[in-house]
Ligand binder design. Structure first.
Ligand code: 2NL
Length: 340
């Protein structure tokens, strides 16, 4: 009776194993036959009731059935594993013989390009290119430039003040102050870099923008020298001769101070939208270095004199490339930058 039941269970289970389509079905067969509450387990408990001479035969049969079922389960399981591996290899293959995509080439930002162009020009004229800290002392950013304590530029509205009295430089002039202190006269230097003003941002104002200031200090430097260098600078920028005019302009760090305008390159004089119908574009504030500024940085104004200028690099880039919104330049939109 028991022997027949064992044989029947074995052949039924073998048939189920053979036709199992998933690992779950296979596991169900194992639980039904060999599990803790499975049929074979129950049979081995029932063997105790058999007569001793029957018990041996039934035991051998039971062990044999168990071994054959375990072997069949194992065999089917490796079939499933092999099929799963084959399916993965089929979908996840990589063609190692394909050429590698290679790094994506970038290019310099238009502001960096114009900055480097001007650096090369000034180096060729004997100027040093100086760098300095973006976090400055109040002294280097304001006092040493003859900017009085009640000047509006020192207001919270115009300057990013930091804890402890330092600030984010509002121009690159402090680099020139440090240059005068360190190099002494005679000297020629430019100070290009990033500057910060506490502005509300709109199409023509950014809190962060770029400047290039320059200075030459020597004996008997005059407005004629200033004009020569400014015209050389403008010809290099615009790649043609430009007509300039000087107007008086007030900056505490120069005396006399000028606004240098160029004749509008778009309309050539009669007036257009770019020059606001005036025929002239305000471009380059400049002047002779104020004797107080020289003295504060340890240079004797009786012996030495110089000119200085400040050029808005951001504004220059906008004019050169016809960019009408300053926010695009630092917006980080690669589609915008890829145009240059
Ligand atoms: C501007 C400012 C100017 C200067 C900057 C200067 C620096 C020292 C001494 C004297 Cl250390 N001058 N810099 C001179 C004239 C004009 O322009 O905001 N430009 C866009």
């Amino acid at each position: 009776m028991l022997e027949e039941s064992i044989q029947e269970l074995e052949s039924r289970s073998l048939a189920r194993i053979a036709s199992a389509a998933t690992a779950e079905e296979l596991e169900a067969v194992r639980v039904d036959a060999l599990g803790r509450k499975g049929a074979l387990t129950q049979f081995s408990k029932d063997m105790g009731k058999l007569a001793p001479e029957d018990r041996k035969r039934a035991g051998m049969l039971l062990n044999g059935a168990k071994q054959r079922l375990e072997a069949a389960l194992e065999g089917k399981k490796s079939e499933f594993d092999a099929a799963a591996l084959a399916a993965r290899l089929d979908t996840e293959w990589v063609d190692l013989t394909l050429p590698a995509p290679g790094p994506r080439r970038g290019h310099l930002h238009p502001i960096t390009r114009i900055q480097r162009e001007l650096e090369q020009l000034f180096v060729s004229l004997g100027f040093a290119v100086l760098d300095g800290p973006e976090v400055e002392t109040e002294y280097h950013n304001f006092d040493a430039l003859n900017i009085p304590p009640d000047h509006p530029a020192r207001d919270m509205q115009d300057t990013f003040w930091l804890e402890g009295g330092n600030l984010l430089r509002t121009h690159t002039s402090p680099v020139q102050v440090r240059g005068m202190e360190r190099l002494g006269p005679p000297l020629r230097m430019i100070a290009p870099g990033r500057v910060f003003r506490n502005e509300s941002v709109d199409a023509s104002h950014e809190h962060t923008f770029y400047q290039l200031e320059g200075m030459m200090i020597d004996r008997d430097v005059s407005v004629a020298h200033l004009l020569y260098f400014m015209k050389t600078l403008l010809t290099a920028i615009f790649k043609r001769e430009v007509t300039v005019r000087l107007r008086p302009g007030y900056f505490p760090f120069v005396e006399p101070g000028f606004e240098l305008d160029i004749q509008c390159l778009i309309c050539g004089g009669p007036g257009c939208a770019v020059c606001k119908q005036s025929g002239w574009v305000e471009l380059l504030p400049c002047g002779l270095v104020n004797p107080n500024v020289l003295r504060m940085s340890g240079i004797d104004p009786e012996k030495w004199g110089g000119f200085a200028f400040g050029l808005g690099l951001t504004r220059l880039v906008m004019m050169r490339y016809g960019i009408d919104d300053i926010r695009q330049l630092q917006g980080g939109d690669i589609r915008f930058l890829e145009q240059f």
